[in-house]
Design a protein around this ligand. Structure first.
Ligand code: A2P
Length: 278
């Protein structure tokens, strides 16, 4: 029989651009993070995104093909592994399955990083604002672990607006861990983390600071709490990553403060990217 002479195909070869999952952490019923191996030749700039996914059966053709989505890389460019921070959507095409990955499983990763939330797209400034909602924290998890962020700016302000308190955990743990980050303490100097101002807010569950960051800025409350002047073109730079409505609203506010949108080829005062929502 023909099949008797065929060697079994190693499972690995069925998946193009396969990487192996090395860690999975679940935060809430809506959020999880995971780490995987990094292709040896893959370079990226902190803040960029890649396409990742799983093999899926195409319902029309019945054939297996890659189902991919754009994910911000949450780990810094120097890390030997890659980290991702993801939403879990129960009927989401990708995340309904991706949320069940375990250590040792394989995912697909196309090693072609791109994106606008990079230092190259901003002109020099005194203070950088990182504005996130929900899983929009991911690219900032990369940038907050990137030495250049502290080399380029005197002050780093990270705001994170979520519906519920539990959704702040990933970001809060990451910022707490910076205090003992060996590389950053060595490269930037001990106590570098004092440059960071963390401003978490919630909108649908009680917490010390409630409200959307946009409203808190309009009222002047956010600037007062942080002890900084209102955003201005001379000293402030900003990166934005959140849901669509948030991105549009804060973009309009930043323009009113006098900031202009930059790009890789034309660095200016702020940059924006959409958070992944399956
Ligand atoms: P809210 O609860 O008032 O809608 P989501 O989980 O829907 O992506 O939202 C994440 C966070 O972003 C929520 O706290 C939500 O607040 C907030 N948000 C949604 N739209 C805006 C907006 N236009 N400006 C500021 N924050 C927003």
């Amino acid at each position: 029989e023909a099949t008797a002479t065929q060697a079994p195909q190693p499972r690995k070869l069925a998946v193009p651009d396969a990487q192996t999952v090395t860690e999975v952490k679940h935060f809430t019923d809506r959020l999880f993070s995971f780490r995987c191996t990094r292709p040896a030749s893959m370079r990226f700039r902190s803040g960029e995104f890649v396409m990742i996914g799983l093999m899926a059966i195409n319902e029309k053709t019945g054939k297996e093909k890659p189902l991919l989505r754009a994910y911000s890389i949450a780990s810094p460019s120097w890390d030997e592994e890659l980290e991702f921070y993801s939403i879990k959507v129960q009927d989401g095409p990708l995340t309904s399955r991706l949320q069940h990955i375990e250590v040792g499983d394989q995912i697909i990763l196309r090693p072609k990083p791109v994106g606008t939330l990079v230092h190259d797209a901003l002109l020099p400034g005194k203070r950088i604002w990182l504005f996130a909602t929900g899983t929009g924290f991911a690219p900032f998890a990369s940038l907050l672990r990137e030495p250049q962020t502290y080399e380029d700016y005197d002050e780093v302000i990270i705001t994170h607006t979520c519906r519920e308190v539990g959704e702040l955990t990933y970001g809060r743990d990451l910022i707490e861990a910076l205090k003992t980050d060996e590389l950053l303490n060595e490269v930037i100097g001990e106590g570098f983390w004092k440059k960071i101002k963390y401003y978490p807010t919630t909108t649908r569950e009680e917490s010390p600071k409630m409200g959307r960051i946009t409203d808190l800025m309009r009222k002047g409350e956010a600037f007062k709490d942080l002890g900084v002047p209102v955003i201005n073109q001379e000293s402030d730079r900003a990166m934005v990553c959140g849901n669509l409505a948030f991105n549009l609203e804060i973009k309009e506010m930043l323009e009113e403060y006098g900031l202009e949108e930059g790009a890789n080829s034309d660095p200016k005062h702020y940059v924006v990217e959409k958070a992944f929502l399956d």
